[in-house]
Design a protein around this ligand. Structure first.
Ligand SMILES: [Zn+2]
Length: 226
């Protein structure tokens, strides 16, 4: 389906449906609901309590995450996931470092209702909070679930956009995307659609730095996926 610029950038939720997955309800793109529920069912049959750590995220929420990092209220992480001193970074480098781990407001795949950060709740050890760090999925408590998910995801129409480090967004084994619907959304979220939304978003910290290099940020972090 065609999505409007507001739907593509997390400002409108008119294309979403509220769906219960596990113990909570989430806003899900209406073309994704059935496949998500069939993936959940298949996980249950395989013995996993599949849950969503993060699904749809609206523009204002992404803007709050972005501003907290840019303004120094939340740590900016280096490639190894260690906090860096923001005073040692130029504004341009600050934007690049944030975008390794956090999307630009308006350019998060979580705006579409097609993308989800998944985990198996029953595999999380007692008194442990999910960190969404690669080791949990590759060698830790989520490894068995991840092995299953890699095989099951394509059968339900999903894939992993951040399966490898392509020099843009860091590897995110937990991040699953509905291939057909997200691919359509990606095509529609052109550089000019994104630019227009960001020009309007006066509340975003570092906005002029972002806008001055938007084309290269778009090519490196937004479209540079599997
Ligand atoms: Zn994600």
């Amino acid at each position: 389906m065609m999505m409007s610029p507001e739907q593509l950038t997390g400002k409108f939720t008119t294309h979403l449906k509220e769906v219960v997955v596990g113990q909570k309800s989430f806003f899900v793109h209406q073309d994704v609901t059935q496949d998500l529920l069939s993936l959940k069912k298949s996980a249950t049959q395989a013995g996993f309590d599949l849950c969503i750590a993060s699904g749809f995220r609206e523009f204002s929420r992404q803007a709050a995450i972005w501003n907290a990092k840019y303004d120094g209220e939340r740590p900016i992480l280096d490639n190894q996931g260690k906090p860096v001193d923001p005073d040692t970074l130029t504004d341009e480098d600050k934007v690049l470092a944030i975008m390794r781990w956090s999307a630009l407001p308006g350019a998060s795949r979580h705006h579409w209702g097609t993308d989800f950060d998944l985990y198996a709740r029953d595999r999380l050890p007692d008194n442990t909070t999910l960190q969404l760090e690669p080791w949990e999925y590759l060698t830790g408590h989520q490894a068995e679930f991840y092995t299953w998910l890699r095989e099951a995801a394509p059968m339900h129409g999903f894939y992993f956009p951040y399966d490898q480090d392509r020099g843009g967004v860091a590897v995110e084994p937990w991040h699953l995307s509905h291939k057909q619907t997200a691919t359509i959304a990606m095509t529609q979220l052109s550089l000019s659609v994104l630019a227009k939304e960001l020009e309007r978003a006066k509340e975003i910290s570092g906005r002029s730095v972002i806008l001055s290099q938007l084309e290269s940020l778009y090519n490196r972090f937004v479209v540079n996926v599997s």
